[in-house]
Design a protein around this ligand. Structure first.
Ligand code: CTP
Length: 477
């Protein structure tokens, strides 16, 4: 994509600059240019002075996300507008992917590549193709500093100290603008061990814990989510809660209503919903690439230690409550919430907990299946079938990294890949932060309606499971 900077170069050759034997000297530079500041202005000014024609590459949101720059505030359009306003850019392009710099240097016949001194050495590999100049960085200003000033650091209080809470702390350190501050667990000893491990504070008094937190991350057992979320909202805190947010539709609706009345954000932490690959997949699936969609099959299975809570808790454990939030996600995002029928089939262990469950949903124009296993292993793939082809997302599809679009001709395959960094929790933390800071850009990824529908499905499933006996069950409605 090329953007007209409002200034064109009509003459490709100018008077001898002393640099390139009379040839117009073309300079290129790149940046995010978020919250445009003096450092950016001076960099562009000096970059322009290096030659006769300046091309500025502005990074796309996707590219910034892919390289781990997760909380850029200004939209691409705003950032381009700000670069344009300086009047230094003769041409503005967008930078979409790694490796583009090399291609641009060739494509635009660049003489000088330049960036600020924070990158010294990093682009020396381009010296083979053009001159590389590192310009002194302007002191004491950066987008990161401005982001911190405009939006104070959000302190996250963590409820629960299990495996996911540990992963969460690691991921939170990678998102600027948040700080994993403290932990609460009714079992004080667990909280203290967790706090020691991560260098944060443990609280045994929950009111004190709320006082030092801005966001509450709820990672406690499923059945405690409702009361912790309610209490957090009543204390005026934003909430990010692990899936399933609630096990009843009524409770979920009540909590979202409470959040709305208090002007607080309530997010359900289904990481897949927020990761760039899944958003890309939905965009492609829903734009007619495989015609009209008629089928969605999602499978997520894990071999679990049978002594773990997930396979011991006869009331709330089991494969469906543990994993169906993931499998239902593409189904609800693609077909919506108005299914005509839902039917569950389960294999249970001796304690009556489902270890393998299939939910079948019928829509007016499509069929969907969610397969969940805890102690039964299958291939974790997602298959979307349409009237003109199908999309297959390779395992583990819930960390969407790679998918293929197939048609009748087996040779006609389009391949897509996207980065999925770390454990992926950073994406939901980042979206939560930008929503708290007033952006509506990510609202579509997992809506209140989606979360309420998921809670309703959990409720139906648990009602049927707990009303039926042990062993093989067809819990059809
Ligand atoms: N730049 C500069 N002086 C500063 C800040 C940035 O010369 N004080 C330069 C960078 O070296 C880069 C360009 O401006 O060549 C665009 O940088 P960008 O990464 O968008 O700006 P930062 O303020 O460094 O952003 P962040 O804090 O998000 O890393």
């Amino acid at each position: 994509m090329m953007v007209d900077a409002g200034k064109s170069c009509t003459n490709m050759y100018v008077a001898d600059t002393g640099n390139c034997g009379g040839k117009m000297v073309k300079v290129i530079t790149y940046g995010t240019f978020d919250l445009f500041h003096e450092g950016h202005y001076k960099l562009l000014q000096r970059a322009r002075q290096l030659g006769d024609y300046l091309i500025v590459g502005v990074t796309t949101e996707d590219y910034d996300q892919a390289r781990g720059k997760l909380n850029v505030i200004d939209s691409l359009i705003t950032r381009i507008e700000n670069v344009k306003k300086t009047g230094f850019a003769d041409e503005i392009i967008v930078e979409e992917s790694q490796g583009q710099k090399f291609r641009d240097i060739k494509k635009y016949d660049i003489d000088i590549f330049t960036v600020g001194s924070d990158w010294v050495g990093k682009f020396d590999y381009l010296k083979e193709y053009c001159k590389v100049v590192y310009l002194d960085r302007t002191k004491n200003v950066s987008s990161t500093m401005l982001r911190t000033k405009e939006t104070p650091i959000q302190r996250i209080g963590i409820i629960g100290t299990g495996r996911i809470a540990n992963r969460f702390v690691q991921e939170a350190t990678l998102v600027s603008g948040v700080n994993a501050q403290c932990v609460y667990n009714p079992n004080n000893r667990s909280a203290e061990i967790f706090a020691d491990k991560w260098g944060i504070d443990a609280y045994s008094d929950i009111d004190e814990f709320y006082n030092v937190s801005d966001i509450i991350y709820v990672a406690s057992p499923h059945e405690t989510h409702y009361s912790y979320i309610k209490q957090s909202l009543e204390h005026g805190k934003h909430v990010l809660c692990e899936k399933p947010l609630c096990l009843s539709k009524g409770q979920s609706m009540e909590l979202f209503q409470l959040a709305k009345e208090r002007d607080l954000i309530l997010f359900e932490g289904i990481k897949t919903a927020y990761c760039p690959g899944f958003t890309k997949l939905l965009g492609i699936a829903c734009s007619g690439a495989i015609g009209a969609i008629r089928g969605v099959e999602a499978c997520f299975t894990k071999l679990e230690n049978e002594n773990n809570r997930e396979l011991k808790d006869t009331k709330y454990g089991g494969s469906f409550t543990e994993l169906a939030s993931y499998c239902m996600l593409p189904i609800l995002k693609i077909f919506g919430r108005d299914y005509e029928d839902i039917r569950f089939e389960s294999i249970k262990n001796n304690e009556g907990i489902d270890i393998y469950t299939k939910a079948h949903l019928r829509y007016p124009n499509g069929l969907a299946t969610a397969t969940c296993g805890l102690g039964v292993k299958s291939e974790g793939k997602l298959l979307i079938s349409g009237t003109e082809g199908y999309i297959v997302v390779e395992a583990p599809w819930w960390k969407t990294r790679y998918f293929e679009v197939h048609h009748e001709d087996p040779n006609d395959v389009e391949r897509f890949s996207e980065r999925f960094l770390g454990d992926g929790l950073r994406y939901e933390i980042c979206d939560l932060l930008s929503t708290i800071n007033g952006s509506a850009a990510n609202d579509f990824k997992l809506t209140r309606g989606d979360s309420e529908a998921l809670a309703g499905i959990m409720e139906m499933f648990l009602k049927e499971r707990n009303n039926s006996g042990n062993g093989y069950e067809n819990m059809g409605t």
